[in-house]
Design a protein around this ligand. Structure first.
Ligand SMILES: Nc1ncnc2c1ncn2[C@@H]1O[C@H](COP(=O)(O)OP(=O)(O)OP(=O)(O)O)[C@@H](O)[C@H]1O
Ligand SMILES: [Mg+2]
Length: 263
């Protein structure tokens, strides 16, 4: 089969299966929201390109459909599962993303249109995943990035079943998982000089009884003007979650001080 056609056929099939119709109604925690498809022309061409480069073989199905991005299960040429995160290029998103991009010296903002900002955002998640991986924080291993499409390791089991979010399956051993998460936050801070900035039970997957950090696009380097504020917010969110599970943790301020004052 001509690789080019594979992407189109896959996309067509996904669309036909009503997995990701032009306007999909999806249940988003409390309310129903109308979500635009991610498959605009440029995105289809981008997926074509990734297939022609041999990075992905085909798209299999949808894992998650959200406001900012859809995540798909795909296969590589050896039939290994991959996760493909496709960001929407939408104008409202710019206002949200800008504070996390401005102040990050890794990115030179040449254009501020929705598409350019979305591409920078996708690249930012890729770079943050790379940084996290190099300092032994468990994240999906990043594989490739092109425009608004991020290819990464699929976190899940056989048959393409994604690992549950920590929110959905609270950890069996909360104390151990809490300490691992704080250790990851500390490693990110000290070794990668990075703050996740959107850390919560929604952005931690539980895989083989261990936490995996996902959704790193918001992550900022320590020289970002609000990095400390984001670090405190991350710690407070995680502490609140574990307190609700009945764990008595140190208070967020103590953990914050300990992390920021360590060498
Ligand atoms: N590498 C991965 N392997 C398996 N599942 C994944 C992976 N990355 C993301 N997911 C699934 O997709 C969901 C959404 O991913 P993520 O949190 O990165 O997107 P998001 O930016 O929160 O999107 P939105 O805010 O639009 O919902 C996750 O909750 C998880 O279920
Ligand atoms: Mg998320």
């Amino acid at each position: 089969m001509v690789p080019n056609r594979v992407a189109h056929e896959d996309v067509d099939r996904l669309e036909k299966d009503k997995i990701d119709k032009r306007r999909v109604k999806e249940k988003d925690s409390d309310d129903l929201k109308v979500v635009e498809s991610v498959f605009d022309k440029v995105t289809v061409l981008t997926i074509d390109k990734l297939i022609r480069k041999g990075i992905i073989k085909n798209l299999v199905g949808i894992v998650s459909s959200g406001k900012e991005a859809n995540v798909y299960l795909a296969k590589d040429s050896n039939d290994v599962d991959l996760a493909i995160k496709i960001f929407r290029t939408q104008s409202e998103f710019r206002k949200y993303a800008m504070p996390y991009i401005e102040g990050d010296h890794r990115f030179r903002i040449k254009r501020k249109d929705a598409r350019s900002i979305t591409y920078l955002w996708t690249l930012k998640e890729f770079k943050n995943l790379k940084l996290a991986e190099t300092c032994d924080v468990r994240v999906p291993s990043p594989i490739d990035v092109r425009n608004n499409v991020l290819v990464m390791e699929f976190i899940g089991g056989i048959g393409g079943v994604p690992a549950p979010r920590m929110k959905d399956i609270p950890p069996e051993d909360p104390e151990k998982i809490f300490h691992t998460i704080i250790e990851y936050v500390s490693r990110l801070y000290h070794k990668a000089k990075l703050v996740h900035a959107d850390l919560s039970e929604y952005n931690v997957l539980m895989h083989k009884n261990m936490p995996v950090f996902i959704d790193l696009a918001q992550g900022v380097l320590l020289d970002h003007p609000h990095s400390k504020k984001f670090l405190f917010r991350d710690i407070r969110t995680i502490v609140n979650f574990f307190n609700k599970l009945g764990l008595t943790t140190s208070n967020p301020k103590e953990i914050f001080n300990k992390i920021t004052k360590e060498d």
